[in-house]
Ligand binder design. Structure first.
Ligand code: PGA
Length: 248
């Protein structure tokens, strides 16, 4: 059985006041059939962990490729772990775009994160022009090959498919477009890591997931959950998405 995961990415949003939303979410209790993860800004990780306890897992949104050293302003995987994180998002399209992160950078960071004992949520996704040029699967295949280190397992890896044009735009691919990419990713993971491992890696869809579209997205083959940005900031919205995943 594959784990189902509802992951919230708060991005650069949230000060201490935002912990009230996490408190509301935590008070709903753990869903029966799904795991819940919130990735707040790193300044909130330790306080978020105190609020979430064992009900909701806490993650970082990025980490440095090294565990320590002279890298002003950066946060290492060990530090995230020490602050209470169990997961880290890597290779989000906003990191790839704002910080010129390449597949190779993501791969090195992922290895470092695994060494620190974190589960990596590795993001892949095509741009609108790549989709329109019918290059989606080539792009995704290349990102999977380049961004995931050797040694992936069903425990240390989660992959999130996030079409760049769907993030924060309200635009969502058709269900068959999502299914095609997820089936393709599953096949690629099985081919590279063996069927046993490839079958157990949770595959998330991300990009404008809302309470209204979550149930139909979770019914798509090989969709094991969601990586949610905007709708994860409000406990009511994210709670509804979690409930939809739990029921799927
Ligand atoms: P969104 O963001 O849900 O606001 O579209 C998703 C993401 O970037 O992870």
């Amino acid at each position: 059985m594959r784990r189902k995961l509802a992951a919230g990415n708060w991005k650069m949003n949230g000060t201490a006041a935002a912990l009230a939303e996490l408190e509301t979410l935590t008070a709903k209790g753990a869903p029966e059939n799904a795991q819940v993860l919130i990735c707040p800004p790193s300044t909130l990780i330790s306080r978020a962990k105190d609020v979430a306890g064992d009900i909701i897992s806490i993650g970082g949104q990025d980490c440095h490729a090294n565990q320590s050293g002279a890298h002003t302003g950066d946060v290492s995987a060990e530090m995230l772990k020490d602050a209470g994180a169990t997961h880290v998002i890597l290779g989000h399209s906003e990191r790839r775009e704002d910080h010129n992160e390449r597949d190779e950078d993501v791969r090195i960071k992922a290895k470092t994160a695994w060494d620190a004992g974190l589960v990596t949520v590795i993001c892949v996704g095509e741009s609108l022009s790549e989709r329109e040029a019918d290059n989606t699967l080539d792009i995704i295949g290349g990102q999977l090959a380049g961004s995931i280190p050797d040694g992936a397992t069903g425990e240390n890896l989660v992959v999130a498919y996030e079409p760049i044009w769907a993030i924060g735009t309200g635009k969502v691919p058709t269900l068959s477009q999502i299914g095609d990419v997820h089936d393709f990713m599953r096949a690629r993971l099985e081919r590279r890591f063996g069927e046993g491992v490839g079958r157990t890696v949770p595959l998330l869809y991300g990009g404008s997931v809302k309470p209204g579209n979550a149930p139909e997205i979770f019914a798509v083959s090989n969709v094991d959950g969601a990586l949610v940005g905007g709708a994860s900031l409000k406990a009511n919205d994210f709670g509804a998405i979690i409930a939809a995943l739990d029921a799927s």
